[in-house]
Unconditional design. Structure first.
Length: 141
């Protein structure tokens, strides 16, 4: 009888550990491992500069992001109006502060320490409109 109880408790403990590990893996798959500050550079359209990306998971569980961009024409900060992070893929967009008629879309791929992606500046509300584009790369801080 005692052996059965011990076996049952051991089995229950093992099941709890397995469930915890699966939950931890699922959380990491949601992109939480990429939450934080990433610093790097952007290039394109014959120019380049600083590109910093911050990903935040709010207390409501929603992901938000912001950028801090350095350019020859002045630096700017922007909050992404849309952002999604599925597995290791990022997609988002923000209003271009130097020109309220512009919108920047970004896409990227993450690994634990680095991320690379593309950006595109086009007239707001005109996907597929004339755009300038380039690339960005960052490292986790």
């Amino acid at each position: 009888m005692r052996t059965r109880k011990l076996a049952a408790v051991t089995l229950l403990l093992l099941a709890t550990v397995c469930a915890t590990l699966q939950f931890g893996i699922a959380t990491a798959a949601d992109g939480d491992q990429y939450v934080g500050t990433w610093k790097g550079t952007w290039e394109g359209a014959g120019a380049g500069g600083r590109f910093d990306l911050t990903l935040i998971r709010g207390s409501d569980g929603k992901l938000s992001a912001s950028v801090s961009v350095g350019t020859d024409m002045g630096d700017y900060n922007a909050k992404l109006s849309t952002v999604s992070l599925a597995a290791d893929k990022l997609a988002g967009a923000y209003d271009y502060p130097p020109d309220p008629q512009g919108e920047v879309t970004i896409t990227g791929s993450f690994d634990p320490k680095n991320a690379t992606g593309t950006w595109s500046l086009q007239p707001k509300g005109q996907p597929g409109g004339q755009a300038i584009a380039g690339t960005w790369k960052v490292s986790k801080q």
